[in-house]
Ligand binder design. Structure first.
Ligand code: UDP
Length: 218
């Protein structure tokens, strides 16, 4: 599963490997206000934004209901296990197959996959940030056993309380990006993707409108 936001779309235009991962995913959710708006107004898809962290709770409830063990991979030292503790508190009955920070380096892949297989995880949450986490999953999926894998970005940091989430009014107003930028100004370079996405969406909408006008005139 991939959780698509504007940064994903802009990056996928120039990064073929990432584009392939996105287009071949089994399920893509909308994790960005701009992507939701583009889908709603340009493609008439009634899309709603669901962030990685908002997706984890229902996923964990479903996993607990089905007795499917969950493995948490990635984030800083100790964060995945703290996030797992919090998840266990929020979702009674959740089976945690294991947690591991590790790194996304290819030379660690085999060891990490063996760890996940031996815990018989059926749901794998990977927090290495995009696109690293999504490339990691695509590279290792065949070695994981029967498992749903999803890249969850900074979700473990939120669950573990390492990073506070934006106030709910900012989230509702689609301003979470501004909150994250204020807390972590080094994100400015990544967030340049947002105006680029707006430009691309506007250009796409205009060319679509122009083609309709041509058809109607014709
Ligand atoms: N992260 C990691 N290894 C890396 C890069 C990132 O474990 O090589 C973790 C980082 O500690 C954080 C998570 O990946 O917990 C998500 O990072 P980011 O905020 O960049 O993700 P986003 O939510 O913006 O996709």
């Amino acid at each position: 599963m991939v959780t698509v936001n504007a940064e994903f779309v802009v990056r996928a235009r120039r990064d073929e490997a990432f584009r392939r991962v996105l287009t071949r995913s089994d399920l893509a959710t909308v994790d960005g206000t701009l992507v939701a708006l583009a889908l709603r107004y340009r493609h008439r898809v009634p899309a709603r934004r669901v962030t990685g962290v908002d997706l984890i709770l229902p996923l964990a409830r479903l996993a607990a209901h089905r007795k499917s063990p969950v493995f948490l991979l990635g984030a800083g030292p100790g964060v995945a296990s703290a996030a797992a503790e919090r998840l266990r508190t929020l979702v009674p009955g959740l089976v945690v197959a294991g947690t591991y920070a590790g790194t996304a380096r290819a030379d660690e892949d085999e060891r990490i996959c063996a760890m996940i297989r031996s815990g018989t995880a059926r749901v794998l949450l990977v927090a290495y940030g995009a696109p690293t986490q999504d490339l990691w999953i695509a590279r290792n999926l065949q070695r994981l056993g029967p498992c749903v894998a999803i890249g969850v970005g900074g979700s473990f940091d939120y669950l573990a309380g390492v990073t506070p989430r934006a106030p709910s009014w900012m989230r509702r107003a689609g301003l979470e990006w501004l909150y994250r930028l204020a807390r972590q100004p080094s994100r400015w370079r990544r967030q340049l993707a947002l105006p680029v996405f707006v430009y691309l969406a506007a250009r796409d909408a205009l060319s679509h409108k122009a083609s309709w006008i041509r058809v109607e005139k014709g």
